[in-house]
Design a protein around this ligand. Sequence first.
Ligand code: AMP
Length: 191
Amino acid sequence: MSGAVRLVLLGPPGAGKGTQAVLVAQHRGIPHISTGDILRSAVAAGSELGKKVKSILDSGNLVPDEVVIGLIRERLAKSDCERGFLLDGFPRTVDQAKALTALLKDIGRELSHVLDISVPENVLIDRIRSRGAQGSGRADDTGEVAANRLKVYWEQTAPVTSYYNQIGRVIKIDGLGTIDEVQARIGKALD
Ligand code: AMP
């Protein structure tokens, strides 16, 4: 469908991706697809997948590419994605990004937007710590695990931004300010 928003939201842990993703998806009436949410639900449900990935989530490392690519392939095949979608937390590696490009090409589609929410590193650390301290319900928001998630981001996920810059345009969004301010910047980028 032309005009549909098929969006990838990039940015380090603590950049506010999840919060912004929920609002954008609501506003545009498109599904919010978060691999982190899907994986956490699997862990909570104690499913086979959940048992397989629990210790990985607990460590802040990445679940194998083939696992998350499989989840995304299944999810994007659902009919609600025909009017567009927002991906939050996927792709997290260049191989995942390439798989997504191929997957969309197979169905004659491509992404309409790639947004990268950027926030200075010292702010990220403060935000993740205070989220953990306020009881975000995320075991991976505290201490060493939070630090590892940032390390994993710089090593494995930051290159995804370069990949998208090579094949298209990445719109940088300043992630500092209030939720509403950042939301307004995203809205402008999508219009
Ligand atoms: P998130 O909620 O996006 O921060 O994801 C929480 C955790 O789920 C991550 O720290 C990873 O262990 C795992 N995860 C989520 N998305 C992915 C992905 N695209 N690739 C690999 N692991 C992922």
